[in-house]
Design a protein. Sequence first.
Length: 377
Amino acid sequence: MNKTQKICLLGATGSIGSQTLDLIRSAPQNYQLHSLAVAGSNLEKLISIIHEFKPKLVAVKNKEIADNLKLALKHKTEILTDLNLLASDSEIDNIIVAVVGSIGLEPTFIALKNNKKAIIANKETLVAAGELIQPYKSQIIPADSEHVALHQCLAGCQKSEVKTLYLTASGGPFYNSKLDFAQIKPTQALKHPTWNMGPKITIDSATLMNKGLEVIEATVLFGASYEQIEVLIHPQSLVHSLVEFIDGNILAQLGPNDMRLALQYALDWPERKPNLANKFLNLKQMSKLEFFEPDLKRFKCLQLAYQAGKMGKTYPAVLSAADEIAVELFLQERISFAQIPELIEKTLDKHQSQEVNSLEIIKQADKWAREQVYSFL
Ligand code: MG
């Protein structure tokens, strides 16, 4: 692919969005920001992005933000309040879904139905809508480092040749700590040892829910069963995942722990291009690579994710939505770190599941779960 890729970026001001913009900035001959959407209301940041990248279309949350933005802009950009219009624009080559939450669902499906490539960093799409996304799997490229690793290790092999998928996890800030989970403050949980990410995913890494959601995503993306997926704590975060084949051979993918490498892989696939972050691993300075079994009793969220994934139907959607609210409540210091899995478990227990045969069903389950978590307070 030698032409410039026209990109629709949903979630331009978050962590993944900013790192995507970094790549676009470094290689304007390869990528062009055609359109973008933001879920938040950081107008200053948004204006500077629009002035720098001059996208054709921008979508914001509501009319008030749209009106303020129009007044502040020098560049002639069309401002909309509907993400779906961005996704349905025929000019785009691919969509990067980096918004948090179920807001990413509908535009992703619109882009997929229009035969666009979708780079999905939004967990809800793969976790909650895993069944609906199956017909479009060949158009989806993962953006998460673990799935990018598996995507590379699994290239060219048959499903029947795979024995185990090993997803690695740094373990987050509390893996080796003896801290009482009821006493942990958001500032402590927000300090991730190896990765630089947004607040929701950083808390999810501390509870290991992030890994649980990635396990569900891996079943969707690679057609593996839950019995075939194992999580390994790997504190160095250099091996991003591994595949063990039935003949006993194991392939691992290693690389610097910088999200831009995973995003660039997704953007350039099936080609490989020079590393725009200019980061390379120095194997001679790598002293050790360690792997441990996760403690499922202490990190209950991982276990809950396996359970919800195995139960299927609307359970994964409920897990993901309940987690989103629980994390929000923890960040607002309204619940303790220990209560995050407690509230999610209670919500799952109360849920009456349904078959997932439409986006509407997922949205209903999502809404129900959010309200349910609040009702337990
Ligand atoms: Mg990850």
